[in-house]
Design a protein around this ligand. Sequence first.
Ligand code: 3HC
Length: 311
Amino acid sequence: EAAARQAEFDRLIAQDQRIEPRDWMPEGYRKTLIRQIAQHAHSEIIGMQPEGNWITRAPSLRRKAILIAKVQDEAGHGLYLYSAAETLGVDREDLLDQLHTGRQKYSSIFNYPTLSWADMGAIGWLVDGAAIMNQVPLCRCSYGPYGRAMVRVCKEESFHQRQGFEILHTLSHGSPAQHEMAQDAVNRFWWPSLMMFGPPDESSAHTVQSAAWGIKRFSNDELRQRFVDMCVDQARILGLRLPDPDLTWNEQRQHYDFGPIDWSELNRVIRGDGPCNADRMARRVGAHTDGAWVREAASAYAAKHADRSVV
Ligand code: 3HC
């Protein structure tokens, strides 16, 4: 019986078919998906904070409306992903508790401060650009609910990336002070954006197994390289420099060579020692506590209406 179930799972994966919530799956497959989807959702929710700080400071009503829409999208992506995680038999409250108590992670990138309006452009262009590079292959993830959630998320990420590019293009071609503000934002967000793709392949704990299970379609370094190649040309159009003196086209590799990444910084930020880790978590836990009454009211409302629906 067990062998037959494993064989069926292996057949579906080998034929690049979807695994659905009701299908049998190895416990390790379930656990790594819960880990990745929950941490993806946590990243979306925490990711609302850096940009949320600038909604009241947006330079125009148009920019404010776009930024509000983007932050709202991030919240929606988080809810989408918590729902996908719940199809694996976990409870959203428990996932949030794991985030709040440091037992689950969120992306390192959101632990950096947003110091100027240009950071809204750098986050849109670089952070959401990196997210798209990572999330498009996830549309083909072997786990059905996750792959399907990614299709809509990627469409919205494209809007996020374009609005960021436009902010930077406007500033870069504005006054010298605006150009400098855009360059400063790119200088601060470039390397942390490359770290979003994860550690180098040789020190990635999950890549081999996630690739075998059709969860990870490309390795961390492959996606990172594609992202660098794409950004070099876009930076040229923006009229901004990427802060890496080693960035050079390698004809033989047909890719850009780039400088060494400070992995000790990534490890430090993941460990909780980044510039904003404490603030982000305090804000998150505070929002969860302050929002308890909303959850209680929604549950009471649902319970009252559940009775009525029973005829
Ligand atoms: N920040 C925090 N933790 C990181 C990290 C980062 N930048 N990169 C890697 N890690 C963690 C991994 O989670 C793993 O720890 P864990 O076992 O406790 O989960 C460990 O470092 C080893 O890394 P691996 O490469 O072995 O782990 P994965 O195979 O899971 O690869 C990943 C890491 C590429 C981030 C993968 O999990 C993934 O594709 N996740 C889905 C996408 C995602 O979460 N993106 C985060 C940003 S969300 C976002 O950008 C929203 C947008 O709207 C801005």
